[in-house]
Design a protein around this ligand. Sequence first.
Ligand SMILES: [Cu+2]
Length: 234
Amino acid sequence: MRIGLILTLAITVIGSAHGGTVTGTITFSDPPPTMKQIDTSADPACAAMHGSDPLVNEALVLGEGQTMGNILVRIVSGLPDKDFPVPTEPVVMTQEGCHFTPRVAAVMKGQTLRVLNPDGIMHNVNGVPRENRPFNRAMPKNITELDVAFDKTEDAFMLRCDIHPWMRGYVAVVDHPFFVVTKKDGVYKIEDLPAGEYEIQVWHEKLKEQTQKITVPADGEVKLDFSYAMPKRN
Ligand SMILES: [Cu+2]
């Protein structure tokens, strides 16, 4: 009986160490624009990879119910001022099929961003950060992997491939682990937050950012949805 009691107590303590959760869905509220097909004919190798299913502009990626993919969701203020452990696993983006996948990613400061080129053709990775050091590396077909890391936090900046001008990727550098990039289902979940008041921000490459205040209770879950609309033309 004694052992049973001790186990129960241990589980309770682990449970409370998990902290609070903030979760929600990001949707697009307007009729979606038709995204243009990309003309990849400048590189027949890219065109051949897509055949009858050509690439389209991925600046707006919607799921069922107009949920939005490629939204970076992160806590932007309220966290304790401390160093959070940096994952040893890299964040991986690939240039496979002549487009960046995922198109949007975030890494922690000091964490490796690994860009793969499995296409067997020439790409390059031209990163144009403002805070961190810019980088521009050729990815000939025999270089299938490029590792980069960043020593300053930075809002999302663009990655390009100059050989295929339609290729676009975005990378943000964060100094904590409380961020996520949505898949097509538009759902985000940020867990293990200490109880407290925060600002949470969503970012889209064209529709920019929205910030909201939230209060996260210990062990509780806060639900907060966001919605984007087409920008108003003046
Ligand atoms: Cu390329």
